[in-house]
Design a protein. Structure first.
Length: 336
């Protein structure tokens, strides 16, 4: 699993109280990174059951300047972190080498020691590193700042390529839209794949990318539009139940298997087989959460051929069994 943790199944809460996510902002706050978090953890209307409460706080409450040229008014201070289930740092700006304020470091440490999950989006990883939460651990940040993070915090194992890294109690992501990928991944871990998919659909988002995918792809400058994998991915998404292999994908695209594999690596950072297996595991999770279908039936619906093969693949991906996964999320589905 390397770049992201195996699924940790938490028992359903005894209380319907929503999971509280508190975002810690500072001027000039990157508005896009904050928006990524609020879009995922915010209110999605009556179509999606409310399971999160999203709040924003600042070291110094009051007007907080943004990188878009306007101020936003933030009421809560650092004491808001004391009631957070997840502390989220949506970016962190400042001159190179600037220290994270001691009171911020201490507040983040206290929240983590209390049991809150701490998440850094983009340069938010610098706050987690300053608090010592990433020592000896792999971490992600925007590729343009990865060298700075590694230099300032040599005990952090900075991976400049991946989209995000989730250790369970702490998580970090690359820049910009990778924050959405991490947030949807966390929702999937908390509430199940089906619930995360509902949020993604409300956001008009495709299925989120896995953490091990590359932050960016350096495509040849002369690559024609016809090299895009989008038509193939759409075709595959409608045929998960069929025994499609790399050869079938290559034939559909009119290229050799080697060329197809190269395109997947360049554009998605993973192999065709890995991408297809990830989609099949995601479909399995949704069916386990939302139906009572037998595992054998699900295996055929998602193209994993048999219950034995599904159980093996599922355990390799999530370190749990389909039965245990279904039990863990059944109560959540009923409560929603």
């Amino acid at each position: 699993m390397g770049y992201f943790r195996a699924m940790t199944l938490r028992p359903p809460p005894h209380s319907p109280a929503p999971h509280r996510v508190v975002a810690l902002v500072r001027p000039p706050q990157p508005v896009f990174t904050l928006a990524c978090a609020s879009e995922v953890f915010g209110d999605h209307g009556p179509a999606v059951p409310v399971r999160y409460a999203f709040e924003v706080c600042a070291e110094e409450p009051g007007p907080v300047r943004t990188d878009a040229g306007y101020d936003m008014l933030v009421g809560p201070g650092l004491d808001a972190l004391e009631r957070a289930d997840t502390v989220l740092v949506p970016g962190w700006t400042g001159p190179p080498g600037a220290e994270v304020p001691p009171d911020v470091v201490e507040a983040v440490r206290r929240a983590h020691a209390r049991g809150a999950r701490v998440v850094g989006l983009c340069a938010g990883a610098f706050v987690l590193a300053a608090a010592g939460l990433l020592d000896g651990r792999r971490a992600a940040t925007h590729w343009a700042r990865s060298a700075e993070l590694a230099s300032r915090f040599p005990r952090v194992r900075v991976d400049p390529a991946v989209l995000y890294v989730d250790h369970g109690d702490v998580a970090t992501s690359a820049g910009a839209a990778a924050g959405v990928d991490l947030c949807l991944h966390l929702v999937s871990a908390d509430q199940g794949s089906a619930y995360a998919t509902r949020i993604a659909r409300r956001m008009v988002m495709p299925p989120h990318r896995e953490g091990c995918q590359l932050q960016y792809a350096e495509l040849p400058a002369a690559a024609p539009v016809t090299d895009s994998l989008a038509p193939l991915l759409e075709w595959l998404g409608e045929r998960l139940h069929e025994p499609v292999g790399v050869g079938d994908m290559a034939a559909r695209s009119g290229v050799s298997a080697r060329t197809l594999t190269r395109r997947f690596t360049e554009q998605l950072g993973i192999s065709p087989g890995r991408w297809l297996l990830d989609r099949r595991i995601a479909a399995t999770r949704a069916l386990l959460e939302e139906t009572d279908l037998p595992v054998e039936t699900i295996a055929h619906r998602v193209g994993l051929s048999s219950a034995v093969n599904l159980r093996r693949r599922f355990h390799e991906a999530l370190r749990t069994t389909p039965a245990a996964y279904r039990r863990a999320f059944r109560a959540r589905r009923a409560a929603g």
